[in-house]
Design a protein around this ligand. Structure first.
Ligand code: UP6
Length: 260
């Protein structure tokens, strides 16, 4: 996986959203996913507009938004189309398949109707993936399965990671990638490694988050796409900060494929 360019890897991807993501990454020369952890629809739309040209994924936590209304999604989708990025709801599903199905496609959020990508925990096993796969909603959908967390004190151990990767391999049509902190699935060029916990200046926060630099996550930890939240959202100029991260991340990716 680490040796190949994103363009070369496109042919290995079985999931349609993965293929689209790899194409966006190549076209826009960006592996940046912004974690849009802001709590108003205005701030979300402003952030999407500002960072949109520089990102491949716009990652939301829709349940932190205080003034959510379905109309807002129309605006977000319009910005996503104009700037060519994919909307990704970091819901971290973790229940039995039937409940996940309801959480994914019902409620006021109706995630399955607007987010092409979601995250899920592997802890409950295959039911979660079946639940997502069999729900109503967008035809093209992909899942990032969580194998490891960025925060200190996480309970995932090697056997959990191994079992998560095994589960992911059983759903090649649905799985877009793995959320992790180490180079995993090295033999799977069609799977994307998504790595959160990325910051150029900070080593962590007061709630156990741990950060690595963009170079470290790409060159040492195997990240394809890097998730950057507060480093961008809390900056005075999110667009300029997004450009900075995009460029450092892309240079690290080019160095990685050149060095193999
Ligand atoms: N996230 C992590 N670590 C994980 C999984 N997900 O930080 O292991 C998510 C958080 C947040 C973002 O839910 O949205 O990535 C990181 O934000 P930050 O860059 O502001 O710390």
């Amino acid at each position: 996986r680490l040796k190949l360019s994103f363009l070369e890897r496109l042919n290995f991807a079985k999931n349609p959203v993965t293929r689209r993501l790899l194409q966006v990454m190549c076209d826009k020369k960006t592996t940046l996913c912004v974690a849009a952890d802001v709590t108003s629809t205005t701030d979300l739309l402003n952030l999407a507009e500002q960072t949109g040209p520089h990102i491949c994924l716009f990652k939301t936590h829709i349940d932190i938004v205080e003034d959510f209304h379905p109309n807002f999604l129309k605006h977000l989708k319009e910005i996503a189309e104009r700037h060519n990025f994919i909307i990704f709801e970091d819901r971290k599903f973790a229940d039995i398949g039937n409940t996940v199905q309801l959480q994914y496609s019902k409620s006021m959020y109706q995630i399955s109707s607007w987010a092409n990508l979601v995250t899920a925990h592997s802890v409950m096993g295959k039911g979660i993936l079946e639940g997502i796969q069999q729900s109503e909603g967008l035809k093209d959908r992909g899942v990032f399965l969580l194998a490891e967390a960025s925060c200190a004190g996480s309970l995932t151990d090697q056997s959990y990671v191994d079992a998560t990767l095994k589960l992911a391999k059983q759903y090649p049509d649905l799985i877009t990638g793995i959320v992790c902190q180490n180079p995993l699935l090295l033999e799977e060029p069609g799977v994307i490694q998504l790595t959160p916990g990325v910051h150029l200046e900070s080593v962590g926060d007061r709630l156990a988050q741990q950060y690595n630099s963009p170079e470290t996550v790409v060159l040492e930890k195997g990240a394809d796409v890097a998730v950057v939240g507060r480093a961008i959202t809390k900056s005075a100029d999110p667009a300029a900060e997004a450009v900075k991260y995009k460029e450092v991340l892309w240079a690290a990716y080019e160095k990685r494929i050149a060095s193999q």
